[in-house]
Design a protein around this ligand. Structure first.
Ligand SMILES: [Fe+2]
Length: 473
């Protein structure tokens, strides 16, 4: 495995025009903003887990057939504290903070509330404001044009900072323009508050709540016309281990425990009344939902499903470099079919091609749809991680892929062609790491057949990163 995939980006890149192979469609105009881990060490200290790398914000601007690129490190509290001390100053997903701190110091800071401001996972744009986000409720605002960090968004509402968890992926209904998320308050029990986030001010308004036996891990939700769906998977947080994690030298991920005997619960929260109906299925783990919709007496939720959360441990950097990822530990596209009359939940596998970091035509949000795009794994003679882009046709089961040896794509994003005649009339955008050229390029594919349209080469290599959005002009 070429370690360039996990090699830190040393410098920010000032705005520069990119060399283009192929032709960018004239109609494609806008900004692709991406977030993801890009710095994996502080001085001589290493961050252990892929999710722990410090956030870098990337911007590819497309206009008049040209592409420009710039990047900035997110100046989160974590980043500033650690880089100025040349030392790891905060606990994170797989890394213990203050690796050389004395037992005495650790004991007296043992009760400190965990903080995690390295918002390195995704972005949330509301009106003219944009913020970097993660599965902690810290949101770090930055300037859309310059990418300069503005600072942590402060909330003076009833939740304040007590609710430390919030999923990196909000749900958005393009028809009603509502943004949904959930806040989780750590405690001996699970306390979840379902919120709508104002499109222009980031203001959070509750519309329902759930008390559960334990706090469990959550990263995304599903949304239909009538329901916000909170999926309670049996990956339980041990709150005492979390609170004492510094003293116990325990990274965050080691405070979560898999309890398959509890099954997975689908909480259907009425979007207006907040009333909840709960349905239970056999246990599974997931990071990402794709789309969801209602059809007569059924609620259908598509997601990238894993048998258990072992993929989290597979993403430790040492393990990734040594073993890569295997097909057995990859996500597969499933449909959860909830029958509202009988109360049953069927989990139906839609394809045997691995897929995660999914995307689809957002005009089909909360509606029946047919095409899912994502990142998958083609197993080769080498140690591999996600190395191909995949398109799955749900109704026919047909699969199309884009694969090139020694090239590592990132999350694909679907951009609909204006006045497009079919669901897959559009373009796929993905940032690809080209190992042989030691640099990355923005790839444009025809979404219908995954054939290449153009590449725009950046002057630097970019780690694979996590999530982004394309904002069309
Ligand atoms: Fe995600």
């Amino acid at each position: 495995m070429d370690s360039l995939i996990y090699t830190s980006v040393e410098k920010e890149t000032s705005n520069c025009n990119l060399d283009i192979e192929g032709q960018i469609p004239e109609w494609l105009s806008g900004d692709l903003i991406r977030n993801g881990p890009a710095k994996f060490e502080v001085g001589e200290y290493k961050l252990n887990h892929w999710f722990d790398g410090f956030s870098m914000i990337h911007k590819f601007s497309i206009q008049d057939g040209k592409v420009s690129y710039k990047s900035k490190f997110l100046q989160s509290k974590d980043y500033i504290k650690s880089t100025s001390a040349n030392y790891i100053k905060n606990r994170s997903w797989g890394t213990v903070a203050d690796p050389c701190a004395s037992i005495f110091n650790k004991f007296f800071s043992a009760f400190s509330k965990p903080e995690a401001s390295n918002a390195s996972v995704s972005i949330l744009k509301n009106g003219n404001r944009i913020a970097a986000v993660s599965d902690f409720s810290y949101m770090v605002e930055f300037d859309f044009n310059s990418l300069e960090t503005i600072g942590e968004i402060k909330f003076s509402d009833q939740f304040g900072n007590d609710y430390m968890f919030s999923a990196a992926h909000s749900c958005y209904d393009p028809e009603t323009k509502e943004v949904f998320n959930c806040l989780g308050k750590p405690g001996p029990k699970g306390n979840f508050s379902f919120i709508k986030i104002s499109e222009s001010t980031f203001e959070r308004k509750p519309f329902g709540s759930l008390s559960a036996p334990k706090h469990t891990y959550f990263h995304s939700y599903a949304l239909t016309k009538n329901y916000f769906i909170f999926i309670e998977q049996p990956l339980e947080l041990n709150i005492w281990q979390l609170m004492f994690s510094r003293f116990l030298n325990r990274p965050y991920e080691a405070c979560y425990h898999w309890k398959p005997e509890n099954g997975t619960k689908f909480h259907l929260v009425n979007r207006i009344s907040g009333k909840i109906k709960t349905f239970k299925s056999s246990p599974f783990f997931f990071f990402h939902t794709v789309n969801a919709f209602e059809e007569s007496d059924e609620v259908l939720i598509d997601l990238c499903l894993y048998n258990d959360p072992s993929v989290i441990k597979d993403l430790y950097l040492d393990k990734l470099k040594q073993n890569g990822l295997k097909k057995e530990s990859m996500g597969l596209l499933y449909r959860a079919k909830i029958n509202l009359k009988t109360g049953t939940v069927d989990l139906i596998q839609l394809s045997d091609t691995s897929l995660d970091l999914p995307s689809f035509n957002m005009k089909r949000s909360c509606k029946s749809y047919n095409f899912v795009y994502g990142l998958g794994l083609k197993e080769t003679q080498n140690i591999e991680v996600n190395n191909q882009l995949v398109k799955i046709d749900i109704s026919s089961g047909d699969v199309k892929v884009w694969y090139h040896k020694d090239m590592y794509p990132s999350e694909p994003l679907f951009v609909a062609a204006p006045g497009g005649s079919s669901e897959d009339d559009g373009i796929i955008l993905s940032v690809v790491l080209d190992i042989q050229k030691q640099s990355s390029f923005l790839l444009l594919l025809n979404a219908a057949d995954l054939t290449e349209i153009a590449r725009a080469y950046a002057p630097v290599h970019l780690p694979i990163g996590l999530h982004g959005m394309f904002y069309q002009k």
